[in-house]
Design a protein around this ligand. Structure first.
Ligand code: ATP
Ligand code: MG
Length: 373
């Protein structure tokens, strides 16, 4: 049996990038031989094993053929006679379809090295069209490698367009879309992900509300701004992306994408706050209105989420920094109200509630008003 380093590890090494996880393909072995050598089987559908010491993944060389529609329609064939080249041929992009032998020789039947040098994302074969997830992966690699100069080559873009036109993308399950989507939000150039999806027509199918040019540009500007805050979380990126939409549109879309609850909630708050923030008069702010916003955001119990909300709104509403600063000021002022102190003064139940509210209003009023008096 022969083991080869494959996929991302070979690609990243050639690009001079840090190699995170190393995947191997094994040619000429049976599952029985792998087990006898101490490997542990992991994949239920595919013959994939973990190395007994390094815990790296070793997959037996396999071919995959599409049978029917949808994601489950793949027939996997694995046997000792499957060649390395056959295994590489089932892969998505040429830069991901190279292998390295233990003696260091590069096995590169689809000219991945040339495409690395030319900075091209190119499909390995027409079989690319059998799996619409590859459109999302290609877009994600564009987002990752655009800063290095990579673009999707014309033939691959044309193939992806044909896939979209033939309805392939309709079959993608939301869980898989979300997985790629959320990874793309954290890549170096998230905008490139959405541009590739837009250019091949997949965006119109997957997130049609964002596809119109003006909305797209607003979404990209907000996302880019949040992205520049280097440690922005997924929910902030996601909420920024949906920020140009009305809340009645954003929330169903977030649900349809099966975004996690934290992402849905922040997107809901951002889109619900947008019209209200625009209603705050920066010259004559009303303490009531500001307190109401803090209540809506549940600032009292969720201060961290509130600061995420402000971060995203600052990116989504760059010309409303006045009201946003007031809201920030109001939150700082109101947070000083100590319910325990009021409790100690004898307030209870409903009265305690209104004493807290009165005190918060007073402090907010004092904090935002001085310029007006
Ligand atoms: P990353 O750095 O994100 O891990 P990677 O290239 O290693 O990038 P993986 O998702 O770990 O990507 O997959 C490993 C390899 O398996 C890829 O390089 C590619 O050759 C192949 N591959 C993964 N998913 C697909 C797919 N849907 N279609 C075709 N080939 C795929
Ligand atoms: Mg990998």
């Amino acid at each position: 049996m022969q083991a080869y380093l494959v996929g991302g590890a070979v690609r990243d090494e050639l690009l001079g990038l840090e190699v995170k996880d190393r995947d191997w393909v094994v040619v000429g072995a049976t599952p029985g031989e792998m087990l006898a050598n101490g490997f542990k089987q992991v994949g239920a559908d595919f013959p994939v094993f973990l190395h007994p010491r390094t815990r790296e993944e070793y997959a037996l060389a396999r071919t995959e053929r599409k049978q029917g529609r949808g994601y489950h329609g793949f027939t996997v064939y694995s046997a000792p006679d499957v060649t390395l080249e056959q295994d590489l041929k089932r892969r998505d992009l040429t830069i991901n379809a190279m292998a390295k032998a233990e003696d260091g020789d590069l096995v590169d039947p689809f000219e991945g090295l040339r495409d690395i040098e030319d900075r091209k994302l190119r499909h390995v074969s027409e079989a690319f069209a059998e799996d619409p997830l590859r459109i999302l992966r290609t877009a994600r690699f564009a987002a990752r490698f655009q800063p290095l100069g990579f673009t999707v080559c014309d033939q691959t873009m044309a193939l992806m367009k044909r896939m979209v036109d033939s309805g392939e993308v309709d079959d993608l399950v939301p869980e898989r879309v979300w997985q790629e989507f959320q990874r793309a939000l954290h890549e170096q150039a998230p905008r490139a992900f959405f541009e590739v999806l837009r250019d091949c027509g997949a965006l119109e199918v997957l997130i049609p509300e964002i596809a119109p040019e003006k909305v797209f540009e607003l979404a990209m500007a907000a996302l880019g701004c949040v992205h520049d805050q280097s440690d922005a979380e997924t929910e902030e990126r996601f909420a920024a992306f949906l920020s140009p939409l009305d809340d009645s549109v954003a929330l169903p879309r977030a649900k349809a994408l099966k975004a996690p609850n934290d992402c849905q909630n922040l997107a809901r708050l951002v889109t619900a706050f947008t019209p209200q923030i625009r209603n705050v008069d920066p010259q004559y702010p009303e303490a009531e209105a500001l307190l109401d916003l803090l209540d809506q955001a549940d600032f009292w119990r969720r201060p961290d989420r509130f600061s995420q909300l402000l971060n995203v709104l600052e990116c989504a509403l760059p010309s409303d920094s006045g009201p946003l600063n007031l809201l920030r000021t109001a939150s700082k002022a109101a947070t000083g109200v100590d319910p325990k102190a009021l409790l100690a003064q004898g307030y209870k139940g409903k009265e305690l509630g209104s004493a807290i509210r009165t005190e918060r209003l007073k402090r907010i009023g004092d904090a935002v008003a001085p310029i007006n008096h």
